[in-house]
Ligand binder design. Structure first.
Ligand code: ATP
Length: 363
């Protein structure tokens, strides 16, 4: 097994970079999700790691082995695609056995044991004799995963394997994936545009935008401490609120949703915005702490929670409220943005230091 190391990897199509100068390491034995909107370069990057495409520039290493020029079959990589390629005339068991049939490093008993193990992990024992056309899409995808991990590959790559799978089968596939992770420690790169899937499966998420990795971190870190407004916006449902300053003068900067001003950053207030996640915005009765606001709209989300659109001075904020909370459109409320959950950005990038709140009056 090995780290996957990318050094300045780019892929240009018709003069336009699909992957733009990425340098990063996928640590040995970890699961890294490539997450980002459609067209950000996830699949192109994964295809280059697989050896299905060649970088326009840069190097790819597995450990200290430079694989940049090696074709896929020489890289010891397994892949699971959105549309699994399976042999319809073979049973589940035979499909899984196929890639290791000619592996001379395995004796018969080891080979049989390996097949039983991966069928257990992927919960396929009940359908081991079924043919592929008899299975639903989710089960076929579990067979594809089983077949990939049956080979002892250093690296397993997943390209949106759950996209065409219905919700229950998707959960089953995710459970099976976790079972495989608790037993085998291959280096996994998993492409998805589904943030919930990435948050659930990944040790680290590499968030991509316009061919670049904007941040690579543990899921919780990425969510709690996005390094860019894009990260704050893309993660979360809905994403972060962003507020422009209401005023900036005399070395201070203030926002409608915060009672007290902040000391302006040393580089000035130009392009500075405040970000806060909807679930961190506290909404209370008008006599509560914070600043006065008014509920403009209320929608019900999954779990019966309310999502409120609240007007605060010249700004609007989205805020979450518990099921049954007594807030309706037109109600006056108090709005409290806790200082510990504020993030500050300049021209889209997080400020290294949070501006200091100048009055202790802020609760
Ligand atoms: P999706 O989630 O929709 O699959 P993605 O993040 O995987 O998107 P890519 O498929 O890697 O994105 O595509 C990145 C960019 O590169 C897109 O603008 C795409 O049109 C372009 N691209 C990808 N492959 C080719 C190709 N073979 N020729 C020309 N352009 C390409």
């Amino acid at each position: 097994m090995a780290d996957i190391v990318l050094r300045g990897v780019s892929r240009v199509f018709n003069g336009i970079p699909a992957v733009d100068d990425i340098t990063m390491t996928f640590p040995e034995g970890s699961v890294t999700c490539l997450l980002g909107p459609s067209g950000c370069g996830k699949t192109t990057l994964m295809r280059m790691i697989a050896g299905l495409d060649t970088p326009s520039s840069g190097r790819i290493l597995f450990g200290d082995r430079d694989v940049t020029a090696l074709p896929a079959r020489k890289r010891n990589v397994a892949m699971v695609f959105q549309y699994p390629v399976m042999y319809r005339t073979l049973s589940v068991e035979q499909n899984i056995a196929l890639p290791i049939r000619r592996d001379r490093s395995l004796d018969d008993a080891t080979r049989r044991q390996r097949i039983e193990d991966v069928m257990d992990m992927m919960q396929l024992q009940d359908c081991r004799d079924a043919f592929m056309h008899e299975l639903d899409v989710g089960t076929r995808q579990r067979v594809a995963v089983a077949r990939s991990i049956a080979r002892s590959c250093e690296v397993v790559l997943f390209d949106e394997p759950t996209t065409n799978v219905e919700v229950n089968a998707k959960l089953q596939l995710i459970r099976a994936f976790k079972a495989f992770r608790s037993r085998l420690r291959q280096t996994v790169v998993y492409v998805t545009h589904d943030q919930t899937e990435a948050m659930t499966l990944a040790d680290r998420i590499a968030l991509m935008q316009d061919g670049r990795v904007t941040q690579c971190a543990a899921p919780r870190t990425l969510y709690d401490r996005p390094e860019s407004e894009f990260g704050g916006w893309f993660l979360g449902n809905p994403g972060m609120n962003f507020l422009d300053p209401a005023a900036s003068r005399d070395g201070t900067i203030s926002f409608d949703a915060v009672a007290a001003p902040f000391r302006a950053p040393p580089e000035g207030s130009d392009g500075v915005r405040l970000g806060i996640r909807p679930e961190r915005v506290g909404i209370g009765t008008p006599d509560g702490p914070g600043v006065p606001g008014r509920v403009m709209r209320r929608t019900i989300t999954i779990g019966g929670q309310y999502l409120l659109l609240v007007e605060v001075g010249g700004a609007t904020l989205r805020a979450r409220a518990a099921p049954g909370a007594p807030f309706r459109p037109g109600d006056d409320v108090s709005v409290l943005c806790p200082i510990d959950h504020m993030a500050f950005f300049r021209h889209g990038h997080r400020l290294p230091d949070q501006p200091e709140l100048l009055e202790r009056g802020h609760p």
